[in-house]
Ligand binder design. Structure first.
Ligand code: EPZ
Length: 422
């Protein structure tokens, strides 16, 4: 397994470009299954999860061309298989996003029930309950979810999610888009990735209103057509680079981002002393304010509040802030795997239930650490960048799932980081 070797203590300075959002590209690729015509997606990040999603579409019979890095041309006219195998689903749970489109267009789908992952059990019960409300028969057969629409077509329904689910909302949007009559989704997720998926689907001919708000309406149509769409920038990569500038006491220009997609993150970081200037609608200038960083509590919540996917990165930054901060994780039940590794680098963190208490400012020293999940990996890279000495991060395949060319981007702004191929 590849490792990263980081020699810390160098301020990051220069300009970095934000890639397309992994968590938008994943549902958008799945949405191409809804149409027999060609769907062209631009700004698709070159990360492992999207390589897996392309493989899944090809296994289902679609063709996926990548004429240039970032562009995927998907033709799902010849889809003749309706099954996502365990081997794929276990490596990437977002494969469950194939359920909605396959059920909508073909009236049948068989997807392996995804296992849990490092951050939690990650059930999909809310997805399956919604499919049943749309008229599907759903059963579990030796680890696979088998769903069928009795008359080959789903029927619109009134759906209310008992808790906010991002991919659950996306799966229902896709399933309902070809159903008879109208579907209403209440307590829908409001993430920017939901709006991006709705933008693509509307270009394909879907009739969706209310995307980005807790109540969405989807009027089923007979068929969806072709479209061309550019994926929104990755708001979590943007937040990660803001923290990188702050924690290394550097100065970064962050280009091709969308500040309005991470308002809660920007507000929280400004409040602790990070100097963030919105140069224009797609560019941020970030540097640490002269007065040092101040500790401040945070609670993770669904969008538009502080995202769980920035919790680990924020925790690393809090080790460099004066004072005590309480970080409460309300979305996933086991998303503190990075704490033990940060403590090994000198952080002073204690956990009580779903709250981690960080006492700063503590100097960090380089160490051998192990990545456990995508965002924990990012928090360890950030710690390595500010630690004194050398940090070896093992199992960096986790970070390769969601951060495009992270080593190249960090080197380009002055980081002393290299990938050690095992
Ligand atoms: C999406 O995961 C993201 N992944 C996650 O990003 C992100 O952390 C998460 O949303 C929350 O924002 C993609 O978009 C591909 P949920 P998702 O359904 O949809 C529970 C990353 O780092 N739940 O919103 O799987 C669930 O266990 C990844 O890029 C049920 O109980 O998350 C969790 O506690 C990590 N039953 C909570 O709801 C269900 O049927 C939110 O999960 C579905 C979810």
């Amino acid at each position: 397994m590849d490792k990263f070797l980081i020699r810390g203590g160098r301020p990051l300075t220069g300009s970095v470009r934000i890639s397309g959002a992994k968590n938008s590209a994943l549902p958008c690729l799945a949405a191409a299954l809804l149409s027999s015509e060609t769907v062209t997606l631009h700004n698709v990040p070159y990360v492992k999860d999207l390589i897996t999603q392309r493989r899944l579409l090809e296994d289902l019979g679609a063709t996926v061309l990548t004429p240039e890095i970032g562009t995927n041309i998907i033709s799902a006219g010849n889809v003749d298989t309706f099954e996502a195998p365990y081997e794929l689903v276990r490596t990437m749970r977002a494969s469950v996003l194939a359920l909605g489109p396959l059920l909508a267009r073909f009236g049948k789908a068989k997807v392996s029930l995804p296992g849990g992952c490092a951050i939690g059990t990650r059930p999909i019960d809310l997805h399956l309950k919604a499919f049943e409300q749309l008229g599907a028969n759903v059963s579990l057969e030796s680890g696979d979810v088998v769903a069928t629409a009795p008359k080959g077509r789903l029927t619109g329904a009134e759906i209310e999610f008992e808790k906010v689910t991002v991919t659950g909302t996306e799966n229902v949007m896709m399933a309902a888009s070809l159903a008879t009559s109208v579907t209403t989704i209440r307590n829908a997720a409001c993430e920017p990735e939901i709006e991006d998926l709705a933008d693509l689907m509307s270009k394909m001919g879907a009739k969706i209103s209310g995307a980005g708000t807790p109540v969405m309406t989807i009027e089923g149509v007979e068929a969806l057509g072709s479209a061309e769409h550019s994926i929104i920038p990755d708001r979590i990569e943007t937040g990660t680079f803001i923290v990188a500038a702050a924690i290394t006491e550097g100065e970064l220009e962050i280009r091709d981002c969308r500040p309005e997609h991470l308002v809660a993150v920007i507000e929280q970081l400004r409040a602790i002393g990070v100097d963030i200037n919105e140069k224009d609608k797609t560019t941020l200038d970030v540097k640490k304010a002269a007065g040092g960083l101040k500790a401040k509590d945070v609670v993770t919540e669904p969008h538009p509040l502080f995202p769980t996917d920035m919790q680990a990165q924020y925790m690393t930054l809090m080790t460099q802030a004066e004072g005590t901060s309480n970080i409460t994780e309300t979305i996933f039940e086991n998303r503190f795997m990075h704490v033990g590794e940060l403590i090994r680098m000198g952080a002073d963190i204690s956990i009580s239930g779903n709250t981690a208490t960080v006492r700063g400012k503590t100097p960090l020293t380089g160490a051998k650490v192990i990545a456990s999940d995508l965002r924990a990996s990012a928090s360890l890279v950030l710690a390595g960048l500010c630690a004194k000495g050398e940090t070896f991060i093992d199992r960096v395949y986790h970070i390769d799932r969601g951060y495009e060319t992270i080593v190249r981007k960090l080197k380009a702004v002055g980081a002393d980081i290299e990938r050690i191929k095992e």
